[in-house]
Ligand binder design. Structure first.
Ligand SMILES: Nc1ncnc2c1ncn2[C@@H]1O[C@H](COP(=O)(O)OP(=O)(O)OP(=O)(O)O)[C@@H](O)[C@H]1O
Ligand SMILES: [Mg+2]
Length: 413
């Protein structure tokens, strides 16, 4: 396992930066290293979802403060996302307004408001949280948000993906080992639970953990104790555990693959993340957010038809897929400030939405099925190209005359 990226960072420097920002009521969160970029702030706040970066933080800071932050973080050469948080708002007793971001989580949909309210309540507690959601819905992001919203925010946030190691390795990774415990154990080594002491431990893909390790994790949860591999000395830690999986743990319990006692112990609070297709209204907001991240040169924009295709697409890979698509578009657009639908990945550009009528009976003959498919594909292509028949015909690889005939036949004008 590679150590967390922030290990290379001088913690005193970090504390100092935090201090500077705190005095201004701002919260600094280290989110993600993007080595290809020089140090950059991506500031997130309710009023500035575009993440305008240092420019927005800047007016809030005095010139010397700004210089200090710039120099320190610039030298650290890391990418820092600073979550701007208006403390007055979060601590006030008035009901908070609609939030469009929450510690780096972007989204303003009603379902996200419920999520933020839940996170507000859950974060300050020390309770174990089970985070569930499809791939790319932001489970790790939510785990970080919980950490940042807790008293443990100044301590470590440690992540381990339980599916990335075999059993023995994971055991030693999590709990450490004594010298000579196994071949290659040349020295005593502390595990990640010790690293995370007083902080938060995010166990990703916990459903992939073996029954033996499940027992050890349960013991940490119940008693806060464990042994390094091959060691008889009992050790104690104070770690808050967050867990995630996209497997059906309840079904695994029923099948005898996951310990029931651990299941109930980690399932105290359940946070379910919505799929992106369940909050389509947030797609424009997310597009803006990810475009703003790539503002190394001039900021780019999507043409309305390009945005329309993205808003209609199903996004099976959720926010991660959207994020990657924007990165790809920005690269492919080169110096062009406007990004058109022609640059979209073929699977997105050619995606055919399910028939909105939906209720139509399944065609029972081949000609009827072919007609239904023709109608759907042509309808979708016409929408993608804003009714431009030459371009729709081009994409569908039929002659323009043929397309015009079919458009009339199916009344798709
Ligand atoms: N609501 C969101 N706002 C902004 N970025 C998001 C959001 N959700 C996810 N992302 C981004 O999408 C990517 C995937 O998020 P994350 O790793 O948290 O997902 P995950 O649920 O853990 O996925 P997986 O199950 O595949 O591990 C990250 O780059 C993350 O920053
Ligand atoms: Mg994940």
């Amino acid at each position: 396992m590679s150590s967390p990226w922030w290990t290379g960072l001088d913690l005193r420097v970090l504390r100092h930066v935090r201090g500077v920002l705190r005095r201004r009521g701002l919260e600094l969160t280290l989110v993600e290293k993007r080595p290809e970029e020089t140090a950059a702030f991506a500031a997130l706040s309710g009023d500035d979802v575009g993440g305008a970066g240092l420019a927005v933080i800047a007016p809030e800071l005095s010139a010397p403060e700004r210089g200090l932050v710039e120099i320190m973080l610039g030298e650290a050469a890391i990418d820092v996302a600073a979550a701007l948080r208006d403390r007055a708002e979060t601590t006030s007793t008035e009901p908070p307004g609609r939030r469009t971001s929450y510690h780096g989580i972007i989204g303003g949909a009603a379902i996200m408001q419920d999520l933020y309210v839940l996170l507000d309540r859950v974060s300050p507690s020390d309770s174990t949280v089970m985070i569930q959601g499809e791939n790319g819905t932001g489970k790790e992001l939510v785990a970080r948000a919980i950490h940042v919203g807790s008293e443990r925010r100044d301590r470590k946030f440690v992540v381990t993906n339980c599916s990335a190691f075999n059993d023995n390795l994971l055991d030693s990774e999590l709990f450490g080992h004594k010298r000579g415990a196994f071949t290659g154990a040349v020295a005593d080594k502390a595990g990640l639970f010790e690293t995370a002491d007083a902080g938060t431990f995010f166990l990703d893909e916990i459903g992939d953990m073996s029954p033996t390790l499940q027992v050890k994790v349960l013991r940490v949860l119940q008693e806060g104790t464990f042994n390094r591999v091959g060691d008889t000395d009992m050790r104690k830690v104070d770690v808050r555990i967050l867990a995630a999986t996209n497997r059906d743990l309840a079904a695994m319990v029923a099948a005898g693959q996951f310990r029931e006692d651990l299941f109930y112990r980690i399932n105290v609070i359940n946070v379910n993340l919505p799929a992106l297709r369940e909050r389509r209204d947030d797609i424009p907001l997310l597009i803006e957010h990810f475009l703003a991240r790539h503002r190394r040169q001039r900021p780019k924009r999507l043409t309305p038809d390009c945005a329309a295709v993205m808003e209609a697409y199903a996004w099976p890979g959720n926010v991660r897929e959207l994020e990657n698509e924007i990165e790809r578009l920005v690269v492919l657009a080169g110096d062009e400030p406007m990004i058109g639908p022609d640059l979209l990945s073929p699977r997105i550009r050619q995606w055919v939405p399910a028939d909105p009528a939906g209720a139509e009976a399944t065609p029972d003959s081949l000609p009827a099925a072919v007609e239904a498919l023709e109608k759907r594909m042509i309808g979708a292509a016409m929408r993608r190209h804003n009714g431009n028949k030459t371009r729709a015909a081009d994409e569908l690889k039929v002659s323009r005359r043929n397309l015009i005939r079919l458009v009339q036949k199916y009344e798709l004008e």
